[in-house]
Design a protein around this ligand. Structure first.
Ligand code: SAM
Length: 307
């Protein structure tokens, strides 16, 4: 699909006359068929083989755009590795192979990364037909900074890995984008509130581009309440505001302010100290000393040693 560069960077879709051989990562809609791009249709119609997670689901999509590949190949997290040789052979023989996922952009929390890496290692061509991705749709409407952001995908389910990731997110200054399943959203919000503090702001994007699309904005504490009172259904992207102040140079006034906020929300001294030392990246001792001084309203003072 070669195009020539000229002063005008926009090319008419029909300027592309042929789809180059290679593995094409083709984005498909995340809910609204209106988001299927013209190029995605062209590539899928030109593909000899379409790799997909679910042949029934993707079969319906391909039928809707009159794409009739010779073969659908199942590529999911279990089969992706085994598909590498077959895809590489097809591409090496000059064929067009397309990779789509159930929704959105392949290789983004979906199969694709391993196939791409394997083809790159073999110096075989890989192309993209970009389009919908839930993370981009969610971050651009979040209201949080978009000049720099991090994509965390799905958090590890349990254990030390999850705790470490949560601690990293708590310190992260950039806007942070997470995917989550509806039945785990409340737990993830609760864990995030513990790690980042209940006041951290969040934007929940639900059912993006679909009929019941909803954007909800508030603090993590409010988000927990919101998901408790309204049964969370559909697909969610969680966009978290970056840590507002993280500095080894945090002043005593910064620390006292952060502690007072947490105390006024009912957090114990211990939890407030843990959270503030993480978020402000200052030693726990320094935070504890300030928390137990008279600087923080409601401070109880250090525990006295028994004599
Ligand atoms: N590759 C996809 C993409 O480009 O966004 C993501 C696939 S991942 C397996 C599925 C997750 O993406 C869902 O659990 C949800 O977090 C998010 N997602 C996908 N479609 C969505 C939508 N329409 N609204 C909100 N979140 C969506």
């Amino acid at each position: 699909m070669a195009t020539t560069d000229d002063e005008n960077d926009f090319h008419e879709p029909h300027a592309a006359t042929a789809v180059s051989p290679g593995l094409w990562l083709v984005a498909t809609p995340i809910g609204n068929m209106g988001d299927m791009t013209i190029r995605a249709r062209e590539v899928l119609r030109a593909a000899k083989v379409v790799c997909c997670e679910d042949t029934r689901r993707s079969g319906r999509l391909l039928a809707a755009i009159a794409a009739t590949p010779e073969r659908l190949m199942v590529v999911n997290e279990h089969t992706e590795h085994d598909a590498i040789d077959a895809v590489a052979d097809l591409v090496a023989n000059g064929h067009v192979v397309a990779l789509i996922s159930d929704a959105g952009t392949p290789a983004i929390s979906d199969p694709g990364e391993r196939l791409v890496r394997a083809l790159v290692e073999r110096s075989l061509p890989v192309w993209s037909a970009p389009g919908p991705a839930a993370l981009i749709a969610a971050v651009i409407v979040s209201g949080f900074p978009t000049n720099r952001f991090v994509f965390e995908g799905f958090l590890p389910r349990d254990g030390a890995e999850r705790r470490e990731r949560l601690a990293e997110i708590a310190r992260e200054r950039r806007t942070c984008v997470l995917y989550e399943a509806p039945h785990r959203i409340e737990r993830t919000l609760t864990d995030l509130a513990e790690a980042c503090g209940p006041n951290r702001r969040v934007c929940l994007s639900r059912e993006l581009t679909k009929m019941h699309e909803e954007l909800w904005r508030g603090t993590l504490a409010e988000a927990i309440e919101h998901t408790r009172t309204t049964e969370p259904r559909g697909e969610f992207v969680l966009v978290l505001e970056g840590a507002v102040v993280i500095s080894a140079d945090a002043s005593d006034a910064d620390i006292v302010k952060a502690l007072s906020e947490r105390r006024s929300l009912g957090l114990s001294t211990r939890d407030s100290v843990d959270e503030v030392s993480t978020v402000l990246n200052v030693s726990r001792k320094r935070v504890y000393d300030l928390a137990t001084s008279s600087a923080v309203p409601g401070a109880k003072g250090p525990k006295k040693r028994k004599t």
